[in-house]
Write a protein that binds this ligand. Structure first.
Ligand code: NAD
Length: 172
């Protein structure tokens, strides 16, 4: 898809791959870039670097109200959304049982699934809803959504059971 005059929203956009997408989108002529993240310091610093076509929204993808409000902010600020990139994600390594046989803590597994998998899907559904208002382009598309999976989706390492499951879910 062409980036010029497009509006891009990126979860986990304050650092790493997400920040790279934000910088690339701006350099290729995006009209607006929305950084959605929980790291406010990095998010605000990136907006300062990118300039007035960028905006930062505090958005914890585990919180559906945050996600819906962030997409509403994109619409009120830029009037549309063309590319949504779900980069928010965390890693987690814990063996299913410890050496003494104690079962792993289920909270860690839940957290990874909530952020990496459910949070990405929640963002995608709200983004798709806003994109559905766009006029279709020549190929009929109204926008694009990118999910960030991982090689761990099908080749996870020891202790990556939650991370692999979350990324395999995105792959599916
Ligand atoms: N870096 C790699 O080599 C690699 C490889 C495969 C997949 N990935 C995936 O790419 C994505 C980005 O990875 P990265 O290396 O850039 O990591 P990163 O830690 O630099 O960036 C992740 C961002 O997500 C944000 N985040 C965390 N929890 C959040 C939440 N609940 N709501 C909103 N934002 C939240 C963090 O604040 C951070 O800015 C992740 O999904 C990761 O699993 C990375």
């Amino acid at each position: 898809m062409r980036m010029d005059d497009s509006v891009v929203a990126i979860t986990g956009g304050a650092s790493g791959l997400g920040a790279g997408v934000a910088r690339r989108a701006m350099s290729q002529g995006a009209r607006g870039v929305a950084i959605l993240d929980v790291n406010d310091d990095l998010g605000h610093a990136l907006v300062k670097e990118l300039g007035s076509a960028a905006t930062y929204v505090h958005c914890d993808v585990r919180n559906s109200d945050d996600v819906s409000a962030a997409i509403a902010h994109v619409e009120s600020t830029f009037g549309a959304l063309h590319l949504a990139v779900a980069c928010a994600g965390i890693g987690w390594v814990e063996r299913t049982i410890a050496k003494d046989g104690t079962p792993a803590n289920l909270d860690g597994y839940r957290r990874v699934i909530e952020i990496n998998l459910i949070g990405s899907y929640d963002f995608a559904r709200h983004a798709a809803s806003l994109m559905s208002k766009n006029e279709p382009g020549d190929s009929g598309e109204r926008g694009a959504i990118v999910m960030t999976a991982s090689l761990a989706a099908y080749d996870g390492q020891t202790g990556q059971v939650a991370y692999s499951a979350s990324k395999e879910g995105l792959w599916a």
